[in-house]
Design a protein around this ligand. Structure first.
Ligand SMILES: Nc1ncnc2c1ncn2[C@@H]1O[C@H](COP(=O)(O)OP(=O)(O)OP(=O)(O)O)[C@@H](O)[C@H]1O
Ligand SMILES: [Mg+2]
Length: 256
């Protein structure tokens, strides 16, 4: 049954992810500075902020790809670092910046990840996902021959192989043409509405974030400076849209 937006709102929110005072320090930088927040089931959460704000680092901490300097992450009520395998089996991520084996064909890459994730009936699933992401005509192409947008669609298809309960997407629409970007947005809303999949994603497209995010977290210099619905964040900064909020934050020292 397809859930309506209203049905989604009246269900009790179930917290699927909790970040607790997460800190990540690199040699000269505090990339994430004491980030605490909760993400609920079936929520599309947009992470936004200027270049270098800490979005990718935060996402890597939530996936245990990076070890936090301090702080903890709990997913599905379990501490991530202690239940890594159990949790990571139920989530997935896509980022164009994470390399896929380029000498494999599109299909071989999908089979490789399907086997890694123990996807049952994987041939059928791969066929469905390549069609869904509109790269089925590229099945036998070498991955190195794909355009940036095609590669990012392959990344997305790979990320859906294990039917994740939480999908982490780092700039999923950055290299897509407007029509394809719209299709990806529709797909994410559909995953949320039909499967109650939680989506945590980053984007520099403020209009997109405004349109599809149930909630946003605004990062600036590693700090969460706003956490709320797009409307709440616009009201906090007394701006009519997120683009204006962004420009105010990027130009100023913080909340003014
Ligand atoms: N491996 C690393 N070693 C040292 N510094 C790093 C490393 N990774 C990230 N940083 C620094 O941490 C800060 C946050 O970087 P991050 O990539 O998380 O930002 P971002 O918000 O994703 O930016 P963008 O919008 O450009 O993708 C930056 O100052 C960056 O230089
Ligand atoms: Mg980034």
């Amino acid at each position: 049954m397809k859930e309506t937006g209203l049905a989604r709102k009246v269900l009790m929110p179930y917290p699927v992810l909790q970040a607790n005072r997460l800190v990540k320090k690199f040699k000269h930088t505090v990339a994430v500075n004491s980030a605490s927040f909760t993400v609920y089931e079936g929520e599309i959460l947009g992470l936004l902020g200027p270049n270098g704000a800490g979005k990718t680092t935060l996402m890597a901490l939530l996936l245990d790809l990076l070890t936090p300097t301090s702080g903890t992450v709990s997913i599905f009520g379990m501490e991530l670092r202690k239940n890594r395998e159990k949790i990571l089996n139920q989530v997935n991520f896509s980022s164009t910046y994470i390399a896929m084996p380029l000498s494999l064909t599109v299909r071989e890459n999908m089979v490789f990840f399907a086997m890694l994730y123990h996807v049952p009936d994987y041939e059928k699933r791969i066929g469905e996902l390549l069609a869904l992401c509109e790269i089925d005509h590229l099945t036998n192409c070498l991955t190195r021959e794909l355009s940036t947008g095609q590669l990012s669609r392959l990344n997305l298809a790979k990320a859906m192989l294990n039917r994740p309960k939480i999908l982490f997407l780092d700039e999923p629409t950055a290299s897509l043409d407007p029509e394809m970007a719209q299709k990806v947005r529709d797909l994410l809303k559909n995953l949320r509405d039909t499967l109650r999949c939680t989506v945590i994603y980053t984007s520099h497209n403020m209009l997109e974030i405004e349109q599809i995010s149930d909630r946003i977290i605004f990062l600036n210099r590693g700090e969460i400076i706003a956490d709320g619905t797009p409307r709440q964040v616009m009201e906090l900064y007394q701006k009519r849209n997120l683009e204006e909020v962004f420009l105010k934050v990027a130009r100023g020292p913080g909340i003014q």
